[in-house]
Write a protein that binds this ligand. Structure first.
Ligand SMILES: Cc1cc2nc3c(=O)[nH]c(=O)nc-3n(C[C@H](O)[C@H](O)[C@H](O)COP(=O)(O)OP(=O)(O)OC[C@H]3O[C@@H](n4cnc5c(N)ncnc54)[C@H](O)[C@@H]3O)c2cc1C
Length: 381
């Protein structure tokens, strides 16, 4: 049997490795439009590759029920066991799972070494353009045509085109009858109406609340990083997932800059600094942020300042572009995908990883889904 896999990043590599290990007699051929395997993996987890999460569950995804159904067939423990079956050891830091080397580069190198030992064939620098199903699968690339038996798309979303996934296959999937849930950048900074250049680069721990028309869409305490024209940081990235999924750009992010204090406790701290002759704001915030709050508040009155510090509003005007996003929200509609990740509308075609309408939060969930979905496909083959 000849199996074609489109995409030599997380989902494609996992699928190829698990499949060839289970069926050494299969011919497994992986195509990627870039000239290297695992290009995006190299950028993950700040170069450390946060590949899974010990608390992996459907709750961290846009479609919890789909992920839970996959987990019933292959648990989180199965996912990690599958990795160790390839000889890949891991380490855990606060529930986040990394390769033991704590290095995305050596992880990709290891995957490449296992792949070449197993005899997986790579066609790198070759873009898949289209395909035909029928008695056999026909795959058309920018260089040639191939015939095989099974076709697995691990072609990702549209985030960070420079790392490979450019979304160019979605019109092809649509032509084949797939519904495409509209794509949006996710896990990305948020653009705000407020000009934030003066505090660009400043970090402060805060409770981030994303709301629209009085409804809270997401809330998390984490470090906020201001950008030239908006907000970033992990809690903001996670909030962006909820904005992306809602398919509406406008919302408000309210920052509680001192979540550990009630408003009246904060007033006491502020007042006490004031009475000692300190600049009370500078005793609470770093200088650039102090000046920013002062300009915004136009008063030094304790109650008003503390109210702002507890609920500093930023009006979101949109998501940063795909080039700044870690994942893509949207993709192949799950209504057309069976729980083994094979297509319901075409024979011998499957989809794994981010190409599907599945997006997870920060913390190893997206690479984790690439792993989980690849196990489903391999089981059926
Ligand atoms: C900076 C950054 C940091 C991240 N950090 C983490 C993290 O720490 N933990 C985590 O879980 N997730 C992280 N992610 C998200 C994670 O990397 C992705 O969710 C994951 O890589 C998706 O895997 P995939 O194989 O489905 O798709 P992709 O990794 O996007 O791979 C798709 C592949 O398909 C190829 N391809 C596409 N179209 C074609 C075509 N027509 N022909 C041939 N080849 C094609 C592309 O070149 C690409 O190599 C991060 C993402 C980024 C950008």
């Amino acid at each position: 049997m000849t199996v074609f896999i489109v995409g030599a990043s997380a989902a494609g590599l996992y699928t190829a490795l698990f499949l060839k290990k289970a069926h050494p007699e299969y011919e497994v051929v992986v195509f990627d439009r870039t000239d290297k395997i695992g290009k995006k993996i190299l950028a993950t987890g700040n170069g450390h590759c946060n590949l899974f999460n010990q608390r992996f569950s459907g709750a961290f995804f846009n479609h919890p029920e789909f992920v839970e159904a996959l987990l019933e067939r292959h648990s989180a423990a199965d996912c990690l066991a599958a990795l160790s079956g390839l000889g890949i050891a891991t380490l855990v830091k606060d529930d986040l799972v990394y390769p033991l080397s704590y290095s995305a580069a050596t992880f990709v190198k290891l995957l490449g070494q296992v792949a070449s030992k197993l005899g997986i064939v790579f066609h790198l620098g070759e873009r898949v353009l289209d395909y035909q199903t029928g008695k056999r699968i026909k795959l058309m690339t920018d260089q040639s045509q191939y015939e095989g038996d099974q076709l697995i798309f691990a072609s990702g979303g549209k985030s960070q085109e420079n790392l490979g996934s450019d979304g160019s296959l979605f019109p092809v999937f649509a032509k084949h009858g797939y519904q495409i849930v509209p794509l949006s950048p996710s896990l990305c900074p948020l653009e705000t109406k407020e000009k934030t250049k003066a505090i660009s680069g400043v970090r402060h721990s805060a409770k981030v609340t994303l709301e629209r028309n009085g409804t809270v869409l997401y809330e998390e305490v984490g470090e906020v990083l201001w950008k030239d024209n908006g907000l970033s940081g992990i809690a903001v990235f996670n909030a962006s997932a909820f904005l992306a999924r809602s398919k509406q750009n406008e919302a408000t992010v309210t920052l509680d800059l001192f979540p550990e204090y009630s408003e009246s406790e904060l007033e006491k701290v502020y007042q006490s600094a004031k009475s000692r002759g300190f600049d009370p704001l500078e005793s609470l915030l770093e200088t650039k942020l102090t000046n920013y709050v002062k300009n915004y508040a136009e008063t030094e009155e304790t109650k008003q300042i503390c109210r702002i510090l507890k609920a500093f509003p930023f009006h979101v005007t949109g998501l940063y572009p795909f080039a700044s996003s870690q994942v893509t929200s949207g993709g192949i509609a799950l209504s057309q995908i069976a729980q083994n990740c094979f297509s319901k509308i075409e024979n011998n075609v499957a989809f794994v990883g981010e190409v599907l309408d599945i997006d997870g939060l920060c913390g190893g969930f997206n690479l984790g889904f690439a792993l989980l979905s690849s196990l489903q496909v391999v089981e059926r083959l």
